[in-house]
Design a protein around this ligand. Structure first.
Ligand SMILES: [Fe+2]
Ligand SMILES: [Fe+2]
Ligand SMILES: [Fe+2]
Length: 524
């Protein structure tokens, strides 16, 4: 290759690679190999990878071609930080063993030659690409120059990919900002008559579980999970004397209470699809299938579907919860009552889905409890509820001997596995941000439930646990923020951190909760 050919080759390469467009660096490496192979004298092998620096200066493998992805490695820890090499701009030859820091790849000999292409692009990207080459190839000066030019081109492409992913994380925030005010309104209404706000979480999760059993598409379920919490938003317009009355309402008072549906409807005005769904639910969750409900006496499919789903979820949770004027119904009686009211109070299709979703519904009740966890409670759940991925695998040795706590921990494992699926299937930083938010939310629910139990039973290590929980919550928030600056490395970091923290905390800290088993009433 002479100088003219080099310039021609590099511009053709850049042109071809730019055409790939989307944010998939694995595809880019595969394409790069195809293109390099066609160039005379460039003897690359079908093995390459991209390493990017995380915020702590460690190099993380974020893309590969012909090599296993980084999480396929058995023992995965965050690699140590190394000082950034000064002004590494030109491409150079190295081996995995001679790199700083050395790289261990299961499929590649430590002495296999590779080109190191430094990736530098403003403040956005720093790292390197490694292209393994034929050991017989002795690159000449122009070929070195070609690789250095390629490094500059790759830097731009990688940086573009990072920026695209960053924008996707921002999208989630824009969406959240859009729903935030209204979400808070829903929560505010609930806090007035429910101290912990758990009813709203249970009811929303019941509703999405039912929607899933009905086979509704993911977008509808997402809409439901945003809007269901607002079903009683109109209660903010009901006088305290009625809303907080510690007993049954008189018929006059009940007429006033019924107005929360119309108030909700009036609060939620707007054309936006989200507001419309929220309005449907707030206005119609007390309508009944046979037309005997309020406020409009709608019947059958004239009642919006999401409101029919919320009706079952709301009533079922009300039946099985404590109220100032009633004890909770036993689970089987509440289930029987819901079934018996299919076709009168409830949409029979929704009740059928409720039946299908029952194992998950039972689990949700334990995950979001208002009352203090009883260390002696025995749970009997069908195994099928758990997620099939096993990035973090539940083992019986992780049991702390308290069924409800174990169930919480298994759910945290499920959420971590969900995150793994999103990352490994490259569903993008937007989805990563979503799952991370769900995880953050549930972590708080679990920690508070655990802490309330420890407090109730006078557990001595409570302050230590609170401290660790607090640190973990802070780290999750840090990772979420890091998704904004370097989404590719942050999603990897968070996976590794989650797995090691959860397992360690459960084995070393929560396992000691076992001593509460057999406690009588505890300190009250
Ligand atoms: Fe209501
Ligand atoms: Fe825990
Ligand atoms: Fe804990």
């Amino acid at each position: 290759m002479d100088k003219d050919q080099e310039i021609l080759a590099i511009s053709r390469l850049v042109f071809e690679l730019t055409k790939i467009g989307d944010a998939d660096l694995d595809k880019m490496l595969a394409r790069l190999f195809d293109l390099l192979q066609t160039l005379p004298g460039i003897l690359v092998q079908p093995r390459s990878l991209i390493l990017l620096r995380n915020s702590r200066g460690a190099l993380i493998q974020v893309a590969q071609h012909g090599l296993a992805p980084v999480w396929a490695k058995a023992e995965l820890a965050i690699p140590p930080a190394v000082p950034s090499p000064p002004d590494e701009e030109a491409a150079y030859l190295a081996t995995p063993a001679s790199l700083d820091p050395p790289l261990a790849l299961p499929e590649v000999d430590a002495a296999a030659p590779c080109f190191v292409l430094p990736l530098n692009e403003g403040t956005q990207v720093a790292g390197r690409a490694l292209l393994f080459i034929d050991p017989a190839w002795q690159p000449d000066a122009i070929e070195f120059e070609f690789m250095s030019d390629l490094a500059k081109a790759l830097s731009v492409l990688v940086s573009r990919c990072v920026i695209n992913e960053t924008l996707r994380v921002r999208e989630v925030e824009l969406e959240d900002a859009r729903t935030d005010a209204i979400r808070r309104l829903g929560t505010a209404s609930e806090y007035r008559d429910n101290e912990t706000g758990m009813h709203i979480m249970r009811m929303t999760h019941f509703a999405t579980a039912i929607a899933k059993a009905m086979g509704l598409p993911a977008e509808t379920r997402e809409l439901l999970s945003i809007c269901a919490p607002m079903h009683d938003v109109g209660k903010i317009g009901i006088p305290d004397a009625i809303l907080l009355k510690p007993g049954r309402l008189s018929s006059d008072e009940f007429e006033v209470m019924k107005r929360h549906t119309d108030i909700g409807k009036r609060l939620l005005t707007g054309e936006d699809s989200l507001i419309q769904a929220a309005r449907d639910i707030a206005a119609s969750h007390h309508e009944r299938w046979d037309g005997s409900g309020y406020p409009d006496g709608l019947a059958g499919e004239a009642i919006p579907l999401l409101a029919r789903i919320c009706a079952v979820s709301d009533v079922f949770d009300a039946l099985t919860s404590v109220r100032p004027y009633k004890r909770p119904w036993p689970l089987d009686e509440a289930v029987a009552w819901v079934r018996a009211n299919a076709g009168t109070h409830f949409d029979p299709g929704v009740v059928a889905a409720f039946d299908l979703a029952l194992p998950e519904i039972m689990r949700i009740r334990e995950l979001y409890r208002d009352d203090i966890i009883d260390p002696n409670q025995v749970l009997n759940f069908p195994e099928t509820v758990y997620s099939s991925a096993d990035w973090v695998r539940w083992e019986d040795s992780l049991s702390v001997g308290i069924d409800v706590i174990d169930e919480h921990h298994r759910y945290l494992f499920d959420l971590t596995n969900d995150l793994f699926e999103v990352v490994s299937n490259k569903r993008g930083a937007r989805e990563v941000a979503r799952v991370l938010k769900a995880l953050d939310q549930y972590v708080q629910v679990h920690f508070r439930a655990e802490e309330r139990m420890m407090d109730h039973y006078g557990y001595r290590a409570l302050p230590h646990q609170q401290h660790q929980h607090g640190q973990f919550e802070q780290r999750l928030r840090d990772f979420y923020n890091e998704l904004h600056s370097n989404p590719l490395t942050a999603q990897f970091d968070v996976l590794v951190y989650l797995r090691s923290w959860l397992v360690k905390h459960i084995v070393h800290e929560d396992a000691q909760l076992r001593e509460l088993v057999g406690s009588p009433a505890g300190r009250v």
